[in-house]
Design a protein around this ligand. Structure first.
Ligand SMILES: NC(=O)c1ccc[n+]([C@@H]2O[C@H](COP(=O)([O-])OP(=O)(O)OC[C@H]3O[C@@H](n4cnc5c(N)ncnc54)[C@H](O)[C@@H]3O)[C@@H](O)[C@H]2O)c1
Length: 355
């Protein structure tokens, strides 16, 4: 088993990474929280696949638990669903000693994490991420949130988990488009901080959910996130590197949503990473040949990389309303070459030349 220790401010918590870890998690929870009740929050897809085994293992471990399910998808990160979960905990008299377990992808992790952050002013939370995106990224770092009709992740809190359990065997049931989306973020980690991992990606064949190399790559992504978050828990500086490809990616996501042909986040980020690198390479800010290497890896993983079919003025509009941009300055994350990233600030008026 790989174990990492995550640090954020004065808080420290373990991340365990192992194929097949799931079966032993209830026993480990019983050891960690012997007197507590456990509210397992999950979605209907995960519940259909895993609830039977998980609840049997909880019973065998002597855990007192409740299983609370929500509908799958981004719609679950709503004020209504959030309030309904809080009410359920109140009706079942959960108290400060009890624990929330988030069993699911990034949606469940963000939602259940936010429930844990605010119920009775904060319960402990354990994350059991089930999607590739959640395993390499969203389950660690302590960001929790729900959406408002006005925008994504507008209400939330920083609330670090007590522990994170990553079982890579769970990825074998993840639908292929969600797996490819997670691969896009995995490639992003290699590009911003891990030249060796990027070379492995270049040299590997197509990666599947049961590929042996995945556990080691997930561990490397989590180590990068650990280092970046430790340096910048509240997302004001270094952590912006994690947004590589996201500025243009968000613009594309908004444009596609407006045109009623939604594009997934991972695919939009894939195009964003290639597009920003094409621009920075043209401007001499990135080593020549980098964009060709990125496009080849994205293509191999079944991800798009070509921005030419999208209306650049419309993408720009989306970018300029992005909440991460301060005043008329645009903070961009660029790579020097695959494996090395840096922050670069430009005036908003120069944004068009970067698309
Ligand atoms: N907190 C953070 O730091 C952070 C970072 C990045 C993204 N996010 C958030 O993460 C969310 C996206 O997460 P996601 O991509 O995991 O989406 P998701 O949680 O919606 O999961 C994608 C789909 O896969 C299904 N699924 C998940 N694991 C499965 C498994 N093992 N087997 C079968 N089906 C499975 C889910 O039911 C869902 O239908 C967004 O809301 C985003 O804002 C948060």
């Amino acid at each position: 088993m790989n174990t990492l220790t995550m640090r954020a401010g004065t808080c420290e918590y373990p991340v365990y990474i192992e194929k097949g870890l799931m079966q032993s998690i209830p026993e480990r929870l019983k050891d960690m929280f012997p007197q507590s009740r456990i509210a397992i929050i999950t979605d209907d897809n995960i519940s259909a696949l895993y609830a039977k085994n998980v609840t049997a293992a909880c019973e065998a471990a002597g855990l007192r638990y409740d299983l609370l399910t929500v509908k799958p998808g981004e719609g679950a990160k709503s004020a209504d669903v959030f309030a309904r979960l809080l009410s359920k905990l109140a009706q079942r008299s959960y108290n400060r000693a009890d624990v929330i377990v988030a069993l699911g992808g990034g949606v469940v992790g963000d939602l259940a994490g936010f429930v844990a952050a605010v119920f009775l002013r904060g319960l402990r939370c354990v994350q059991i991420p089930t999607s590739l995106l959640a395993q390499i990224d969203s389950a660690v770092g302590g960001k929790t949130a729900i959406n408002l009709p006005e925008g994504k992740n507008l209400v939330g809190a920083f609330h670090q988990p007590s522990a994170v359990f990553v079982d890579t065997a769970l990825l074998q049931t993840l639908p292929e488009p969600d797996f490819a989306d997670g691969m896009s973020e995995l490639i992003k980690y290699a590009l911003i901080r891990d030249a060796d991992m990027f070379i492995q990606l270049e040299q590997s064949g197509t990666i599947h959910a049961d590929s042996d190399i995945l556990s080691s790559w997930i561990t490397r992504c989590l180590s990068i996130k650990r280092d970046v978050v430790a340096a910048d828990e509240k997302d004001m500086g270094e952590r912006m590197l994690l947004n590589f490809g996201h500025t243009i990616g968000h613009g594309i996501e908004r444009l596609c949503a407006a045109q009623k042909r939604p594009m997934t986040h991972g695919r939009a980020v894939a195009i964003g990473m290639a597009a920003i690198t094409a621009a920075s390479e043209r401007m001499g800010l990135t080593k020549a040949g980098s964009v060709q290497r990125i496009a080849a890896v994205l293509q191999k993983m079944g991800l798009p990389h070509d921005i030419s079919a999208y209306d650049k003025d419309e993408i720009l509009k989306g970018i300029l309303v992005d909440k991460k941009n301060v005043a008329d300055k645009l903070n961009l994350v660029l790579i020097l070459e695959p494996g090395q990233s840096y922050l670069h600030q430009i005036p908003g008026s120069d944004a068009k030349s970067f698309i």
